[in-house]
Design a protein around this ligand. Sequence first.
Ligand code: TRP
Length: 480
Amino acid sequence: MSSPKIWTHKGTFLLAAVGSAVGLGNLWRFPYLTGENGGGAFILIYALTIAVVGIPILIAESLLGRASRKSPIMGMKYLTKSHGTSSNWQIIGWMGAAAAFIILSFYSVIAGWAIHYTGLMFSGSLSGASSETIGAAFGDLLASPGLLLLYHTLFILASGAIVGMGIHKGIESGLRFMMPALFFILLIVLAYGIIAGDAVAAMKFLFTFNLSDLSLEGWLQAMGQSFFTLSLGMGAIMAYGAYMSSEASLTRTAISIAVVDTVIALLAGIAIFALVFGSGMEAGQGPGLMFVTLPIAFADLPGGILLGGIFFILVIGAALTSAISLVEPVAAFLVEKYGLSRPTAVGIMIAGCWLLGLVTVFSFNIWSEGTITHTLFNRSPFDVLEFVTNILMPLGGLLIALFAGWALSRDEVIREMATNDQWFKVWQFLVRFIAPTAVAFVFLRTIPQVEGYLIPAVGSVLIIGAFTAGRTFMVNNKAN
Ligand code: TRP
């Protein structure tokens, strides 16, 4: 057996996990969700969920990776055997791989839009353009399968190239260069937002809250977002955790990841809303916030076109460091299981994702209506893919929390977390009961029929789930 692969530096796991966490979720989704949900109250619930649910699951997921030192699929197989639990828990690995595959297929298409906007900005074709022209430019992009396909191909090839070069020469070196550069660009954009835009209005919008502003839907979106932004529930963190130095403290690392990710989302929020408010526009623009509203602000402000180009480079880079963490778990599995070379494994993964990405590409134009998914589910094919991942991710997180909370022994968790009994008990309580409850809410929300029955449904899922999980392990595992 070959010796386990470990990151060269103790801090690389932190860097890699932050790279995975910070992406379109921070720069695109967080600001527009905050905008739609009235600002501060949304952020409060989001931050609370990160602390109480996100961090414990983040610890659980990296713990499973490091304890197995294998790709998520093989790692779960090993852990279920070594801990004498039902082999059904291996589904965590398989669901994660399926989610990674589907997410990458559309993440790449959307990241591709940022390539287009970088070009639009630097070529100056938006300078002085009216808001109608800029709005139409987004429509034109979506209407062109050829362009979308080109960018999708470029983006997915770039992610594949980095992962294909291996965890040291590719992922580790790539991140050590990209992450500081991205942070630096964010600071430039932020400084510009403060100088050219209305930072006071932005801060007021983000940091004053009135809880009654937030609907139940807003609560659930905030919880879902805190989950999505930390890349939880689908094995990406587990795969990176497998390479984590045994010396690094899981607890401290998980808290750092969550804090950095949140700070970056907030800084991006301040920059974006300062520009949007500075140009006299509204916050609640939905998904078009980054691709229509923000370009209008850039076109309107002095020096905005140059800064806009720089901003979209930031978006591409942040998406790229997330995309590589989607390629890694599946590629590592193909290498481990079938003995493929890394470039071949990566090639297979991205070829598959590229092909599935065509579904997203066409969903915005030739398949935007009248397809089989419209007939069956009243949604575009892309919406169906996104819906499936919105189920797979929280479900994966739920199972990860239950498995880590019930199957792992007290001693091994305390050793891995480098913590004392008290903190262990807090963590265990959170992953056994609180995180599953919260995640069950988010999860059941994605099923429309459940809406009116949300609270009783979550209650019964939990009682049955916790009971089953507890029993499965109590029987076989005396370590608890
Ligand atoms: N966290 C990423 C972002 O905010 C999105 C994401 C969700 C993700 N799950 C992931 C990225 C898994 C990589 C791996 O953009």
